[in-house]
Design a protein around this ligand. Structure first.
Ligand code: GCU
Length: 449
């Protein structure tokens, strides 16, 4: 998409926020045409020359000399820049949030685990948006560390266990067993290959997961549904009916990340799990989400981003595969409106994604790529890990234990430091190989020595 079109889109988004259908038709018409025209660059020699912002130099040019200056000056500066320019500002924890245990089965999965299904109500009553959390807790060694991640098609797709509640909220078509945007029993267990429940439990971890659409359905509706409907006013203030939504108001990724924090609020009340040892994990758009969740909520002890690509771990300035202009055109609801300013103008961004990774420091972070997932730019994902490493080192942790800006060899995980990375054979997906590395990495950092 050229810059003129992207500017037009930003202007339209600013000027026409309340013209419902017209707005949606205009944006999608331009978006569809441009999305079809988009030619991703997969040629390393055509990656634009660029200079990355240095995470250890403040906006006023002052170098960050020590951990204290990082903590009190540079980290807040970066967090604000990402909030205002990339993901958008989210509200705080809802005052009236409360939980209901819907199911508590101590002998699930042939006695391997306790299955708990908990509804996280975000408002005082039971009518507002709510997140259904599925938790499998191994029946040994409690309180146990946890992997927490959002899923794409409902908790019932994560395992074939017939007692998992079927999620009948709006869902994207295209998933197994989804008919007219609603899931059916045929979807049960359809995403099990991405969630090796038994393996996780046998390694002594609980698995907690929720459907991302419980938080915000994944389509562009002008922020009228999901948690935006209820909590937008807390970030935008009261807006006149025809007033534009502020450019730094939260998009869907920020909403999903905020929802992960609400799931963690519940985990902190559950005696059987250890909320100080929660790894937040996500794949693809939900890998972008896990990184932002880890950056914004320091209670997450470890962060995993699987094939997260553009707006996740991949450096934006490389414009390799998916670009900012492309992602904002096809998914206009994911980021805040201000992010449109950088469509085809990555150099103007005051941050790049290695600084998102650095915001997680000193907590361990693992970034994973796949060879055939060029759209997500494996080298750009690796380089984020590499260029975040100086911050980890400043904070007294090993960072990425590999001193090379070249991609690490295929299927040879780098996992002995506080930044982990691997490039796996195969396509855009989450596999057992990925999970084996995440479990090893969590063992290294979250198991008492
Ligand atoms: C699209 C999108 C990516 C995203 C992916 C996903 O491919 O362009 O940015 O990561 O969907 O979430 O599945």
């Amino acid at each position: 998409m050229d810059r003129v079109v992207s500017l037009k889109i930003s202007l339209l988004r600013k000027c026409l926020p309340q013209c419902g259908l017209l707005w949606i038709v205009l944006i999608s018409a331009v978006g569809v045409v441009r999305a079809d025209e988009f030619e991703p660059n997969y040629d390393e020699s055509k990656v634009p020359a660029h200079v990355l912002p240095d995470p250890l130099i403040r906006l006023d040019g002052t170098p960050v000399a020590d951990a204290e200056a990082w903590r009190t000056l540079r980290r807040p500066e970066l967090l604000t820049l990402f909030s205002e320019q990339v993901y958008g500002k989210a509200p705080g924890k809802p005052d009236q949030q409360h939980f209901e245990i819907l199911d508590d089965e101590p002998q699930a999965l042939e006695g391997l685990a306790t299955r708990r299904q908990v509804r996280v109500y975000l408002t005082a009553g039971t009518e507002g948006p709510a997140i259904d959390l599925l938790i499998y807790i191994p029946n040994m060694g409690r309180p146990v560390p946890v992997f927490l991640g959002l899923n794409f098609y409902g908790n019932h797709t994560v395992a074939p266990d017939p007692n998992i509640r079927l999620n009948t909220r709006w869902m994207r078509n295209g998933g197994a067993g989804v008919v007219d945007n609603r899931s059916t029993d045929a979807a049960r267990g359809s995403n099990a290959s991405r969630w090796p429940v038994e393996m996780i439990l046998q390694r002594g971890y609980a698995l907690a997961t929720a459907y991302y659409g419980d938080i915000d359905p994944d389509y562009d509706d002008g922020f009228k549904n999901g948690v935006h409907a209820v909590f937008d006013v807390q970030v935008t203030g009261p807006l006149a009916a025809d007033a534009p939504r502020p450019g730094d108001a939260w998009g869907s990724i920020a909403a999903w990340a905020w929802g992960l924090s609400r799931c963690l609020d519940y985990l902190a009340t559950d005696q059987d799990v250890d909320a100080t040892r929660v790894s937040v994990i996500g794949h693809s758009r939900l890998g972008k989400t896990s990184l932002w969740a880890g950056a914004t909520d320091e209670r997450f002890a470890l962060v995993i981003s699987n094939n997260s690509g553009c707006g996740g771990a991949a450096l934006s300035r490389r414009a390799y595969g998916e670009t900012i202009g492309r992602i904002n055109t096809v998914f206009p609801h994911w980021f805040c409106d201000n992010f449109n300013q950088y469509n085809n103008d990555e150099a103007a961004l005051p941050v790049d994604q290695h600084e998102l990774v650095a915001l997680i420091a000193p907590r361990p972070v693992y970034i994973a790529s796949a060879v055939d997932d060029r759209w997500a730019d494996p080298l750009g994902e690796y380089l984020s890990a590499f260029h975040a490493s100086p911050v980890y080192k400043l904070l007294g942790t090993p960072g990425l234990p590999r001193d090379s800006a070249e991609l690490s060899p295929v299927d040879e995980p780098v996992k002995s430091g506080s930044i982990g990375y691997h490039l796996r054979t195969g396509k855009h997906d989450v596999t057992d190989f990925d999970w084996q590395q995440y479990l090893d990495f969590a063992d290294l950092h979250l198991r008492p020595k």
